[in-house]
Ligand binder design. Structure first.
Ligand SMILES: [Zn+2]
Length: 438
């Protein structure tokens, strides 16, 4: 008997139910009930669909970000190690809506307008979580009807948007220690920019921050003998670091880049005073060919043994006034998953449903996908979710392009056709990757 299940309707209802729960990342105790409620909602839906669930609360592990985090692990049939097992990764915590008066709809209303579902998390990433839950349930129903095993699991954390200390990483560790070994992971983070299905992520670069500080001697700007200007040392130091050519790009993964984020020195209201110190905040986005320690050592080497052009600079002797620090303990590591069977199948599913060939790339910010290879080094990882800009594919509010409607923006929203297409793509990817269940 053909299934009576309406996945298009189910995904819309589940996404709206999740959006209506104000599950901000639970960094404070009073935020924990809503985070737990978002997992309750999802768990109820999936258990009713035949899944088995385990709630996992972890805490500690960091001097500052040690707050307890509620996580959910769901699976249908346990897979034996070595068999094909696909695990979905996502989060139901959201960033703050900011000033809700600037929204044109309730940020936690889950309302529908002009073919979009609106609310904080619609794109990042309650929409994709709902899409996967519905797709997995649909695949499981097909497996049950044919007496076939359903080797699908799901990790949902409530701490992706903040420290990520007690979320996905701890669940992956628990999975490894409990004999669960997925052969592939699908991360549901937004993966294309504007058009659904135009890109699949196969990695993300890492991120390392630090400071560069210069000590000088404060003094009257007219008396060179009585001051030492730290801005000279800082400018030359930053010029040296900026000038370094990085050549570690991969197909789809841009080369490492060093950027100055902020500089601070002097007083704009006091023209005659040379300041006594100057400092800069820097950020490096780096490929999987680099490590945080290696990068910190390399930056220091560039300053200790500058290139020829800098050696001829009149301020070269001031470089010894610089002090470089790197925040190694807060660095996010990169990952890169060489394209294999999963990405090949995902591509062909997207070609079928979106009529376009998706690009495989590793651009964009860091995600929980970076933790997988620490526990499952052999697993293939892709990231496939909704468009970052909120699915402006419908062009119903083009004047808002880039300013409203996208992830972490005011009026975050996702196009309902995109949400339904994503559900279909997840379902077909399960069928293609795990077998057609004839
Ligand atoms: Zn996200």
């Amino acid at each position: 008997m053909p299934s009576q299940r309406n996945n298009g309707k189910l995904v819309l209802e589940l996404a709206a139910s999740l959006i209506r729960i104000p599950s901000l990342t639970p960094i404070h105790t009073e935020l924990q009930p809503a985070a737990a409620e978002s997992l309750d909602c999802l768990e109820r839906f999936m258990v009713a669909d035949g899944a088995r669930s385990t709630r996992l609360t972890f805490e500690g592990g960091h001097a500052r970000w040690n707050y307890p985090v509620d996580n959910l692990y769901v699976e249908w049939d346990a897979a034996t190690p070595g068999s094909q097992h696909l695990c979905f990764m996502g989060h139901t915590d959201v960033v703050s809506p900011g000033d809700s008066k600037t929204w044109t709809a309730d940020p936690f209303g889950g309302s529908v307008r002009n073919g979009f579902i609106l609310g904080r998390g619609a794109t990042d990433m309650k929409g994709a979580v709902a899409a996967f839950a519905v797709a997995a349930g649909s695949y499981a129903e097909r497996c049950r009807a044919r007496g076939a095993p359903c080797h699908v699991s799901m990790i949902i954390t409530t701490d992706e948007e903040w420290a990520a200390v007690n979320g996905t990483r701890r669940v992956l560790e628990w999975m490894r220690d409990n004999g669960k070994s997925p052969s592939a992971f699908v991360v549901g983070e937004p993966s294309s920019q504007e058009i659904f299905g135009s890109a699949i992520k196969i990695g993300r670069r890492g991120s390392l921050c630090g400071t560069l500080n210069a000590q000088g001697v404060q003094g009257h700007a007219a008396y060179q003998a009585l001051f030492e200007n730290p801005n000279r040392a800082l400018s030359l130091g930053l010029a040296i670091l900026n000038a370094h050519a990085w050549t570690d790009a991969e197909p789809g993964m841009p080369a490492t880049n060093f950027e100055t984020i902020a500089t601070q020195s002097g007083d704009f209201g006091a023209t005659a005073i040379v300041p006594g110190e100057a400092s800069a905040l820097w950020n490096i986005r780096f490929t999987h060919h680099q490590t945080p320690d290696g990068l910190a050592a390399m930056l220091q080497r560039l300053l200790d043994a500058p290139p020829d052009w800098a050696r001829r600079h009149p301020d070269i002797s001031l470089l010894k006034r610089l002090e470089l620090t790197a925040n190694i303990d807060t660095a996010s590591l990169p990952y890169y998953s060489p394209p294999n069977r999963l990405s090949r199948l995902a591509k062909s599913v997207l070609v079928t449903h979106c009529k376009r060939e998706p690009e495989l790339d590793a651009r964009g910010g860091t995600t929980d996908g970076r933790f997988v290879h620490d526990y499952f080094p052999e697993a293939e990882i892709i990231e496939l979710g909704l468009p970052e800009n909120g699915g402006l594919t419908l062009s119903t509010h083009p004047e808002a392009f880039g300013r409203r409607g996208g992830m972490h923006q005011v009026d975050e929203s996702c196009a309902i056709p995109d949400l339904q297409a994503l559900t279909l793509c997840y379902r077909d990817l399960l069928l293609a990757y795990l077998g057609q269940v004839e």
